[in-house]
Design a binder for this molecule. Sequence first.
Ligand code: AMP
Length: 113
Amino acid sequence: MAKTVFKKIIDGEIPANVVYEDDRCLAFLDVNPQAPIHFLVIPRTEIPSLASASDSDRELLGHLLLVAHNVAKEQGLSDGYRTVINIGEDGGQTVPHLHIHVLGGRRLSWPPG
Ligand code: AMP
């Protein structure tokens, strides 16, 4: 199977504006930001989507959410922000590597499109 763009970022094959990394995950700025602050949190391990996560990923999923919050705080999103996980075609997922979007820095509308 061809490497996803996120796997290439993990492997250092293409550049990314990394704002946080540890042994389990990476956070980097979205190349097509939908808000003044828009970054993605991804696991280093290749999980195609939330739909393919399993019980053994429980701890990792919790870690990703806490990293999303900690980086949002570091990025100055003290008035709030939004996390989004797109899943599959109807969910608007375009990169088949699980990722959490974190968006903030402006008032976000609801519901999303
Ligand atoms: P999704 O549509 O939920 O799968 O989100 C994929 C996101 O990845 C989109 O917001 C893209 O702008 C973003 N993206 C794609 N390629 C890159 C890249 N090379 N660096 C940073 N973000 C990217």
